[in-house]
Design a protein around this ligand. Structure first.
Ligand code: NAD
Ligand code: UD1
Length: 334
């Protein structure tokens, strides 16, 4: 099977490309390097010792999409390409809606023209807004997103649902990721945010490396076991394998529109992350408790049972593995 992977050089795209190649899928990649580096192409080849076709280009340019579908017999698409920084999306809503929604409309038009109707889409736990129940099930109410990034994911989910309603020969899987962290065990690929990291684990690894002085813990007065925010962290390689499970479901079972949470079902607090990181890597993480961050919620973790049952999705890695691998990548990178 030949899979078109958009946003292939990004954090999750690159790890998924490795797992796809390891499982003998053929892949065709696309990226515009707005949030990634060209070297990642060779790194994926280095890890897998396999070759693949890659196009540099923008999803907003229909010509490049037309060219890719003309030059390759694509069977299915995994769509990672998007902007993902929550704070930035509040400042630049037009750019976020254009990149995250128009790019998908372009892609779906070209897929339809080429009669390719199988797609796996990267969504996020952010579509649940401030969730009404915990753990979060796929049936938990979505909406009330608090920023343009989250709203853009919700919009695409709606577009995909309407598309399936209009023509149920489409075969669609929406994956709602919880908090992906960690890196490939080789330490060759990992998470490489531009500038000062907005997310917890990349911030912790940069403190460990001495690039940042201390971690700010955003509030310790939440209604959680130790007062700090609780999240469902999942190893990025487990998440990548979740995409293969989703493709297998779309290949082997009847056509449909499927939605799955990809998480571990376990909640860890900010202090759990600090303590576990210190224990497994033997490095002290200085931190200070500061104000809450606007828009944060106390607790967010998944009920992963639907993906376990229907996709046979089981995570292999625990929090210790995730934090060891995150550090292994950071310490080897520039
Ligand atoms: P990332 O920024 O590392 O990867 C996205 C890739 O897409 C980058 O390589 C970027 O250069 C590329 N890209 C962006 N716009 C493009 C365009 N118009 N044309 C071509 N390439 C383009 O992000 P990631 O963490 O790998 O996330 C992948 C997907 O998963 C995104 O859709 C993101 O919203 C979603 N997601 C991520 C997380 C997370 O915490 N990392 C959580 C939930 C959902
Ligand atoms: C992020 C995304 C969200 C997405 C979710 C799952 C942001 C702002 N939000 O949220 O859209 O749905 O991942 O993919 O990027 N923390 C600190 N200090 C820091 C950084 C974070 O204490 O320097 C705390 C936060 O308050 C939170 C936890 O660490 O309790 C995790 O934060 P983060 O890694 O940013 O992820 P989310 O807030 O879950």
């Amino acid at each position: 099977m030949k899979i078109f992977v958009t946003g292939m050089c990004g954090y999750i795209g690159s790890h998924t490309a490795v797992e796809l190649l390891n499982q003998n899928y053929e892949i065709v990649g696309l990226d515009n390097f707005s949030n990634s580096k060209k070297e990642t192409i060779d790194k994926i080849k280095q890890i897998t010792k396999k070759d693949f076709k890659f196009y540099e280009g923008d999803m907003l340019d229909k010509n490049i999409l037309t060219k890719i579908f003309k030059e390759n017999k694509i069977d299915a698409v995994i769509d990672f390409a998007a902007y993902k920084a929550v704070g930035d999306s509040v400042k630049n809503p037009i750019e976020y809606y254009t990149n995250n929604v128009s790019s998908v409309l372009n892609l779906l038009k070209i897929m339809k023209e080429n009669n390719v109707k199988t797609i796996v889409f990267s969504s996020s736990a952010t579509v649940y807004g401030n969730p009404e129940e915990m753990p979060i099930k796929e049936t938990t109410k979505t909406g009330n997103t608090t920023n343009p990034y989250g709203t853009s994911k919700l919009m695409v989910e709606k577009i995909l649902k309407d598309l399936y309603e209009s023509d149920n020969s489409w075969n669609i899987c929406i994956l709602r990721y919880f908090n992906p962290i960690g890196a490939h065990k080789s330490g060759i690929i990992g998470e490489d945010p531009n500038g000062i990291p907005a997310n917890l684990v990349p911030y912790v690894t940069q403190v460990a490396k001495g690039k940042l002085e201390y971690l700010k813990v955003f509030g310790n007065d939440y209604n959680t076991k130790d007062g700090t925010g609780v999240r469902d962290y999942i190893h990025v390689v487990d998440l990548a394998i979740g995409h293969i499970k989703a493709l297998q479901k779309l290949e082997n079972e009847k056509k449909g529109l499927y939605i799955y949470n990809l998480g571990t079902g376990k909640g860890s607090s900010v202090l759990d992350i600090i303590k576990t990181f210190e224990k497994v890597n033997n490095i002290k993480i200085p931190y200070k408790i500061t104000e809450r961050r606007d828009g944060d919620i106390a607790t967010c973790y998944s009920d992963p049972s639907k993906a376990q049952k229907e996709l046979n999705f089981k995570v292999q890695y625990n929090l210790e593995d995730m934090l060891k691998d995150a550090w292994n990548y950071e310490k080897n990178s520039q």
